[in-house]
Design a protein around this ligand. Structure first.
Ligand code: ZN
Length: 206
C-alpha cells in the first residue's frame, strides 16, 4: 500500500517543543513527507551523507480510511481506521540551517527511509485510550518514553484541523508528533520503537 501523502505534525508535545527551544503554536506545525520515504520494520534506515545529526522521533501514526474535507470532530474520528507506531527520522543539523534561513524543511525530513511505520492495528479491533506508552530504544537503552495522553492535540482534533486546510484521503498517513527525548543515532545503531497494544518497529541505521 502506498499512501497519497504523509502529513506530519510538529510540536504536539510540550516537553519536546521545550527541549528544542521552540514555542508551542496554537495548532501544531504541518509538513509533508513523500511516500517514497516510507519503509517498514525490518528494513534499514540509510543515513544520508548530506547531514550529520540524524535524530529519531517516535510517533503515533494514524491511518485514514476515507476522503474528508471540512468535517466535524465526530466525522474526523470516524475517518481514522487504524494506528501504527512510526519514526519520523530527521536531519537536525540540516533542519536547523534551513530554519535559520526561513526555508522549508524538505531536505531535513524527506530523504529516502526517513519514514518508518509498523503494521497497523485496526480501530475495529482496538480502542485507543491514550493511556498507552510510546517508547523508543537505541541499542536497548530507552531514549523516549511517554504516555500518548501528553499529546497537546488529540488524534481527532489533528484530523479535523488539517482537513480544514487540505483534502485528506483514504490511505493517507498522519504522524502526530514526538514526545521529549529526541537524539542522535549513528550508523550501526538498532532502533526499537513501540506503542503499547499498537505495534513495534525494529530497524538498523546503515
Ligand atoms: Zn516528527
Amino acid at each position: 500500500m502506498r499512501p497519497g501523502k504523509i502529513v506530519c505534525f510538529g510540536r504536539n508535545y510540550a516537553e519536546h517543543a521545550k527541549e528544542l527551544g521552540n514555542e508551542i503554536p496554537p495548532f501544531p506545525l504541518v509538513f509533508l513527507k513523500p511516500s517514497s520515504s516510507l519503509i517498514n520494520s525490518g528494513d534499514e534506515i540509510i543515513h544520508p551523507d548530506f547531514g550529520e545529526e540524524l535524530h529519531h522521533e517516535v510517533e503515533l501514526v494514524l491511518l485514514i480510511g476515507k476522503d474528508i474535507k471540512n468535517v466535524s470532530l465526530e466525522e474526523a474520528e470516524d475517518a481514522i481506521i487504524g494506528y501504527a507506531v512510526g519514526l519520523d527520522m530527521t536531519l537536525r543539523d540540516v533542519q536547523d540551517k534551513l530554519k535559520s534561513k526561513g526555508a522549508p524543511w524538505t531536505l531535513a525530513k524527506c530523504f529516502d527511509t526517513s519514514a518508518v511505520v509498523s503494521e497497523f492495528r485496526m480501530k475495529k479491533d482496538y480502542k485507543l485510550s491514550l493511556n498507552e506508552t510510546i517508547e523508543l530504544k537505541v541499542n536497548g537503552n530507552i531514549r523516549q518514553s511517554a504516555k500518548l495522553s501528553l499529546m497537546l492535540h488529540k488524534p481527532a482534533h489533528l484530523v479535523q484541523g488539517i482537513a480544514e486546510k487540505m483534502k485528506i484521503e483514504k490511505g493517507d498517513l498522519l504522524f502526530t508528533g514526538t514526545p521529549a527525548g529526541v537524539g542522535r543515532v549513528k550508523r550501526g545503531d538498532i532502533l526499537e520503537a513501540s506503542i503499547e497494544n499498537i505495534g513495534e518497529i525494529t530497524v538498523k541505521v546503515v
